[in-house]
Design a protein around this ligand. Structure first.
Ligand SMILES: Cc1ncc(COP(=O)(O)O)c(C=O)c1O
Length: 397
């Protein structure tokens, strides 16, 4: 048979699911696994979501306008106005998750050979989107030693070539939990203006910032609005990953025109889920604040627990619900596999994601894991205890 797509064949498997087959085997043998590998929040979806879904009683589930239903566009506009970011309905397109928002953005910006600067470690599914859209990622490495913040201006500028089209930023960061400071956003903005680059900012964790930090957003950096594309989603903000409702926002009319064509090409986002999302946004700051407080509590449990494990190094995450830590092992992947295959304590073990999949640079992240602290505090405490017990046995092997 004829050869299938080379581009897709070369696409890497998801690094957060890379250990799934070992987990399936372990579970088949009756082991209980505390899963900290996937950023799937376990908190309840607000009832307003289900209320709206149940209220949908139309005889037909019709296609909706490709930009999104007017009620949802209005809710998103109001949410942004309340956040202090001035966008209007015309600047907003509803998408099937932040993932589609990112895809449509890169499809709209990228020509063959175009490069996108991205701070690493970065959300590994960006690689899927880079592959599909033909964007070439150029990584600017950030380091645990300074909390994965931008090292200096030169670290970004030295990566710019005549092919650089955009800078992709995730704020707050996955997998780092880093919240970029205003001066870092300013630095990126200045570099983008000087070099005529677009800024894509993925802000799906926007309000999830801890220790009374201020929310920082490119939405507040007005002199880049003509070159800015904001990516947003209800997945994390309202515990509704499966609703698959995202948002792409820009004030650049040319970009919006291309995004609009892409939206028309895929016809419509799920009609009923959009009504559900209207319910989500109608909760204002109530749910957003609850979720942030809960994850701050969990961050403390995980971070404090890790401090007690000899040889584990991590910086305190500032937001989102992830952290990266260095383990006293050569290969975090081998250790995590061993935890699933060999280790158990009272029939229980723990699973995290090997962090090398979040780096584009070969050889980085080999002794690091990413923890998504998406379980209740008691479970997290036990999970970190299991990690410590496992490391102790593994290092003495
Ligand atoms: C940084 C980041 N962007 C985008 C997404 C995907 O969001 P959605 O579920 O809205 O497609 C995720 C999911 O984990 C993420 O961590």
């Amino acid at each position: 048979m004829k050869q299938l797509s080379e581009r897709m064949s070369n696409m890497e498997a998801s690094s957060v699911r890379i250990l799934t087959k070992y987990a399936v085997d372990a579970e088949a043998k009756g082991k209980k696994i505390y899963k900290l590998n996937i950023g799937q929040p376990d908190l309840h979806v607000p009832e307003e979501y289900y209320r709206n879904i149940h209220a949908f009683q139309e005889p037909t589930v019709e296609y909706m306008p490709s930009q999104g239903i007017p009620e949802l566009l209005k809710e998103v506009e109001d949410y942004y106005k309340n956040t202090g970011i001035d966008v209007n309905k015309e600047n907003i397109y509803i998408t099937t998750g932040g993932t589609e928002a990112l895809m449509f953005t890169l499809f709209s910006l990228i020509n063959p050979g175009d490069e996108v600067i991205v701070l690493e470690p970065y959300y590994s599914n960006y690689n899927t989107i880079f592959t599909i859209t033909g964007a070439k990622p150029v990584a600017v490495t950030t380091y645990a030693e300074n909390g994965f913040h931008i090292r200096d201006r030169a670290s970004i500028e030295q990566k710019i070539t005549e092919n650089t089209k955009a800078i992709l930023v995730t704020n707050p960061g996955n997998p780092t939990g880093t919240v970029l400071r205003e001066d870092e956003l300013r630095l990126i903005a200045d570099i983008a203006i000087e070099n005529d680059l677009y800024i894509i900012c993925d802000e799906v964790y926007r309000e999830m910032v801890f220790d009374n930090r201020k929310v920082t957003s490119f939405g507040f950096v007005e002199d880049v609005h003509d070159r800015l594309i904001l990516i947003d989603s209800v997945s994390k903000r309202y515990n509704a990953c499966g609703a698959r409702i995202g948002v792409v926002i820009s004030k650049n009319k040319e970009i919006l025109q291309l995004i609009s064509k892409l939206c028309q090409g895929r016809l419509s986002v799920s009609t009923i889920e959009q009504h559900g999302a209207v319910g989500l946004y109608s909760t204002g700051m109530r749910v957003i604040n609850q979720i942030r407080d809960e994850f701050e509590k969990r961050r403390n449990v995980v971070y404090d627990g890790l401090q007690n494990i000899p040889g584990v190094i991590c910086t305190k995450p500032e937001g989102a619900f992830y952290l990266i830590c260095k383990l006293p092992v050569q290969s975090a992947s081998n250790f995590l596999i061993w935890m699933l295959e060999e280790f158990e304590d009272n029939g229980e073990t723990v699973m995290a994601a090997p962090a090398d999949g979040f780096y584009a640079t070969e050889a980085l992240g080999k002794n690091e894991i990413r923890i998504a602290y998406v379980l209740e505090p008691d479970k997290l405490k036990r999970a970190i205890e299991l990690l410590g017990k496992g490391l102790q046995i593994y290092s003495n092997k």
